[in-house]
Design a protein around this ligand. Structure first.
Ligand code: NAD
Length: 239
């Protein structure tokens, strides 16, 4: 089961897991894109708004791989950050993963095998200004993932985070355009001077690179790995 699977990183994860033989539950609020992807990979689309807490109860409880990926960004100084937007982001990026874990872990425990991969971010490990809700949510997701790692280990279930820097997806393309307008800069300069200022590798990460890491965490090669955060960040977190 992949949340936010209709676009960007989630879509790449659904495609990569399907290519490895998984039957994929495509969870998203975007109807047309989710249905198109489900048809393409022979999975099933679930049209769910994860900001509605009970919505999770309509999803299957028998996933053996859960990729908590759905997320969104809002950039504003803390003193003018809309509280309702803050709460909305925590519901989608923290409460929905919690509720999905509550729902799916029992069946994983019954089977004695399960893989939880949470798509965190470099912002689960580092802060940036103006991203209070996002940084708070991703730090919370990192903590949640570690608790699951401890509770689930005895049941053959691992829980890890993959924590990317900037990935070339619609979420980031919108941010590039907005920052170019705000700084009066060409978009290429926003990428090289603003977004990649802190990274050693001066390029965006591709969604497929994140998906390969997710797939790897679900293979027997990664059976001994749990509770980690795998930074896929071009060296952002070195310093
Ligand atoms: P994206 O905007 O391309 O895709 C996000 C998907 O989540 C969309 O299909 C959207 O419909 C879905 N979604 C959002 N809110 C939802 C809701 N309430 N209910 C159901 N579905 C919902 O974004 P992306 O860049 O692919 O981001 C995916 C994840 O990766 C997010 O958690 C994001 O924080 C994380 N991430 C992204 C980057 C990046 O640079 N793009 C970096 C680090 C982490």
């Amino acid at each position: 089961m992949v949340t936010g699977a209709a676009s960007g990183i989630g879509r790449a994860c659904a495609l990569a897991l399907s290519a490895e033989g998984a039957f994929v539950h495509v969870v998203d609020r975007s109807r047309a894109a989710a249905q198109r992807l489900a048809e393409e990979i022979g999975g099933v689309a679930h049209l769910v708004d994860l900001s509605v807490p009970d919505a999770v109860d309509t999803l299957p409880d028998d996933a053996d791989v859960l990729v908590n990926n759905a997320g969104l960004q809002h950039v504003a100084p803390l003193h003018s950050f809309p509280p309702e937007r803050f709460a909305f982001m925590q519901r989608v990026m923290v409460e929905a993963p919690f509720r999905l874990l509550r729902r799916t872990l029992p069946r994983m425990y019954e089977r004695g095998w399960g893989r939880v991969v949470n798509i965190s971010s470099v912002h689960g490990l580092r802060a940036s200004p103006y991203k209070s809700a996002y940084v708070a949510a991703k730090h919370a997701l990192e903590g949640l993932s570690k608790v699951v790692a401890l509770e689930a280990a005895a049941h053959g279930v691992t829980s890890n985070c993959v924590s990317p820097g900037y990935v070339r997806t619609p979420l980031v393309e919108e941010q590039i355009a907005a920052q170019a307008r705000a700084h009066g800069m060409p978009e290429e300069e926003v990428v090289s001077r603003v977004m990649l200022e802190r990274t050693a590798l001066k390029r965006l990460i591709e969604p497929e690179e994140v998906a390969r890491a997710v797939v790897w965490l679900c293979t027997p090669h990664a059976d001994g790995i749990t509770g980690i955060s795998l930074p896929l960040d071009g060296g952002w977190t070195i310093r």
